[in-house]
Design a protein around this ligand. Sequence first.
Ligand code: AMP
Ligand code: ZN
Length: 473
Amino acid sequence: MSKPQHALHFFNTLTRQKENFKPITKNEVRMYTCGPTVYDYAHIGNFRAFLFEDLLKRWLKYRGYKVTHVMNLTDVDDKTIKGSQTQHIPLKQYTEFYAKAFFEDAAILNIEPADYYPRATEHIQEMVSLIQTLLAKSYAYKGEDGSIYFAINKFPNYGKLSKIKTRDLKTGTRVKVDEYAKEEAQDFALWKAYTPEDGEVFWETPLGKGRPGWHVECSAMSMKYLGETFDIHCGGIDNMFPHHENEIAQSEAATGKQFVIYWLHNEHLQVEGQKMAKRFGNFYTLRDLLAKNCDPKVIRYLLLSTHYRQQFNFTFEGLEAAKGAIERLTNLMRRLKDSNGKGNGEKISQLIDKVQRCFGEAMDDDLNISVALASLFDFVRDVNNLLDNNELSKAEAEKVHALLTNFDNVLGVVGNVEVETLPQEGALLIEKREQARKAKDWKTADEIRQQLKALGIVVEDTAQGVRWRREKA
Ligand code: AMP
Ligand code: ZN
């Protein structure tokens, strides 16, 4: 659905401001999102990041943009090497297992696939060329250990994303590990010379025998598929430093051009006030939750329904509330399919205009999903009231259904709703129960309610009469 696109705003971490979104090429968006390090199953904190990116992409498409999306797979770094060694299997075999698990999980969560999923191990050549350019331009140098480092004092803009001040840093000291804190900002490794701890993992290249650093992987792969300057780069806030800061340094030093226009970072999913992370042992994988019979659509809804720049706490009560919200949407879509009321064009077209405007304005405002959902559920309540009063014609109901389908193309939590027909046995029981209620025979009415429940049919008594729906297994 298209609309004037100038209304779209995103909070850009680079400027710490909400900015009007204007892609480099009209109507097209090129975006890169840091993908999983395939050393273990992704936890639902990781999936909060991937679901935020999915929501962003779906919203851009809703607004009429053609999106090219690249998500890398980090299949060689400190963690993957360590993992494969612990299991005594080759790196490739180890990472492919978790890459496959990631794709399965992403599909279960209804995440739309990216256009490209480059693997780091398949782009060593591109990384080597990038490092060669940095050496030629004197942004990189070889240390005594044979590794190649990026000299952060040569790049005056170092720190522009994370806002650290390079003059406060010790320059000339080096860090070889992939992950470190802001306070430890130093010259970082682009190419890690081989050491026996790397075992079988190395490449013989003009840079020597060794392997790439983690940060250079994303610079090389993003620019290969999206060009030297592209529109959007996303990731969790933990990746802002050092990963994204180093990506900027490597890419901009090499090309002399701005690397990314909009940097969007999601906040963390927490558990009892602490970031969900492997190293804290406080995480759930998707598989853990599925084993507890949680519905993946409910997990998706929960992870999406808090604004991406707010931390939020994972709880099982939260999942219950999310389940209720999806049921409200699903039930309405079902009811709409067999509505054939007298119609009330004025009221419904006003409600449609209002929800389209409110939902759209909220999402355009840096994906303000909570406000968007609030307007959607006001609409659901109002349409249910019209249905209760038999005020929605077939054509109007179809229009509302199409609108909700459009919204669901963004949310991805309902999908195809089957029209439910009441089995004859159920219809007879509902009829009998109505007679019992009229006769104020509450005991019989309750017994019949139980019989219906056993058939998987739930009845609700409303001011407008009895309503029924199928109970979800
Ligand atoms: P990794 O597999 O560790 O490279 O992480 C994949 C993505 O998940 C990155 O964008 C991380 O920033 C993000 N991430 C990691 N932990 C969390 C969390 N608890 N909440 C939200 N995003 C996270
Ligand atoms: Zn990355």
